[in-house]
Design a protein around this ligand. Structure first.
Ligand SMILES: C[S@@+](CC[C@H](N)C(=O)[O-])C[C@H]1O[C@@H](n2cnc3c(N)ncnc32)[C@H](O)[C@@H]1O
Length: 447
């Protein structure tokens, strides 16, 4: 019989979608963080319900040859990374396998998945960091949350952010303490500063900083901005974003620019982009280039096509496609991102691209053109069924689906496959090294 707090000798036979080891005791499945397939270990069962439990690794008895010592001192507590205990090739293989399995199991799609496209240096890649701050035992802490919690790990150094971010986090902890800045308390909904967001360009030379507060009055902001830009000359803008809601969403809808303009400039695949603090921008620039290159290859453009970039953000896919297409139309729900996209098309002198503000659900059925190719890059929840139905109804010849969630991808591909499309090729791209998150691109052709 399996019991909570019991100790068991187990062998791991599989990994979950979030890279936990899977083992069974008397047929009862137990998931264990940091365990690898093929390993034998002593575990303690720490949490259980009727159908499964969660265990903690006590001692590894037989170690996998694919195990790697994590380079991060916070790896055991921080919720930011969960695959750092696998060597990099194993991370890439895991993502390919998961994509293939999920497409088969949830999508009933039996297709060979290409090897995951990885990075040369899978560290220090993440151009955006959201750092919540809190007061703990009278001390200001700032960092990343522990897994499935709002308990902050007061990180010293992070190995997926640009190196300068660790220093900037320290800077904010010190200056908030020195100036006795009021820090937001989630439990009581009192206090001013919720956290700070950093963004950088591809070369990690220019930085944008957003300080998120619950109200507009921020007495220490001038001195903080002065000291910040003195210390980090690469900072091109500082924005105060106001979010007074009781919510887990980090950014609010109001903001005030404190330094520079609300624009970070970056260059991707030979195009220049302006990015405002609220606009979505892919977090791994090197891999974004690999992703877009693959998406465009799948689109197979000849210069004659009308292309829709659904969920277009600041227009990066649309603009990358523009030189190879007759016309490209982007659809995006965030107004600031549409503004950025329109400005970006002008900046790059592209005359055959336009952007429409609204949801893909509302805009797609009202378009006055018939697209030859639709490239979709939806958020994690995937594409609404009504959108898929419109694509089917319009008999779009080719679809390219960029996905950051393989489960919703499988659901949507299943619908498309049942309604006249063939899944031709799938390639995972490692946008999020050291984590179990999977990005992929799929090509579908009308049967
Ligand atoms: C994963 S991002 C992709 C953005 C862009 N393709 C890129 O590579 O940077 C998804 C985008 O879809 C937008 N979005 C979310 N739901 C939407 C909807 N229903 N209609 C239109 N855009 C939506 C988000 O604001 C975000 O910009």
């Amino acid at each position: 019989m399996v019991e909570k707090n019991g100790y068991y000798e187990v062998e791991f036979t599989d990994l979950t979608h979030d890279a936990m080891g899977v083992c069974k005791v008397d047929g009862f499945p137990i998931f264990v963080k940091d365990a690898l397939k093929g390993e034998k270990a002593l575990i303690k069962l720490v949490r259980m319900n009727k159908n499964f439990g969660f265990g903690r690794l006590i001692e590894i008895k037989l170690e996998s040859p694919f195990r790697k010592v994590p380079i991060c001192e916070h790896y055991q507590t921080c919720g930011g990374c969960n695959a750092m205990h696998m060597n990099y090739q194993t991370q890439l293989d895991f993502k390919r396998h998961r994509t293939s399995e999920t497409l088969k199991r949830l999508g009933k799609i039996d297709t060979e998945v290409n090897p995951t496209i990885g990075m040369n240096n899978p560290y220090y890649y993440r151009n955006k960091a959201i750092i919540p701050f809190a007061k703990r035992n009278g001390k200001i802490v700032g960092g990343l949350y522990k897994t499935r919690s709002h308990d902050i790990v007061n990180i010293k150094r992070c190995h997926v952010f640009p190196k300068l971010y660790s220093d900037m986090i320290r800077f904010f902890r010190q200056i908030f303490t020195e100036l006795d800045v009021s820090i937001y308390d989630e439990a009581t909904h009192e206090g001013l500063v919720r956290g700070v967001m950093f963004r950088s360009d591809h070369k990690q030379e220019k930085y944008a900083v957003t300080i998120v507060t619950t109200g507009t009055r921020f007495p220490q902001r001038d001195i903080i901005v002065k000291r910040l830009i003195e210390r980090y000359p690469g900072i091109v803008n500082v924005v105060q974003n106001v979010n007074g809601d009781k919510t887990n969403v980090f950014l609010g809808s109001k903001h005030k620019v404190l330094h520079g303009k609300d624009v970070l400039e970056d260059r991707l695949l030979g195009m220049d982009y302006d990015i405002s603090h609220r606009a979505f921008y892919q977090i791994n620039p090197a891999q974004t280039e690999a992703l877009y290159t693959k998406a465009l290859k799948y689109a197979g453009l000849t210069g004659e096509e009308v292309v829709i970039d659904a969920f277009s953000g600041i227009g990066t896919i649309a603009m990358s496609a523009a030189k190879q297409a007759r016309e490209v139309i982007g659809i995006e729900v965030v107004k600031d991102a549409v503004k950025n996209a329109t400005q970006n098309a002008k900046k790059n002198n592209l005359k055959n691209v336009r952007f429409i503000h609204g949801t893909v659900e509302d805009v797609l059925p009202t378009l006055d053109v018939k697209p030859d190719v639709v490239i979709m890059d939806p958020p994690r929840k995937g594409v609404e069924k009504s959108v898929l139905e419109t694509l089917v109804k319009n008999k779009v010849k080719r679809l390219v689906y960029v996905s950051c969630n393989v489960s919703t991808l499988a659901r949507d591909l299943n619908f498309l496959q049942a309604n006249g499309y063939d899944v031709k090729e799938v390639t995972p791209i490692d946008m999020f090294p050291q984590t179990s998150h999977i990005e992929s691109v799929t090509r579908l052709d009308k049967r």
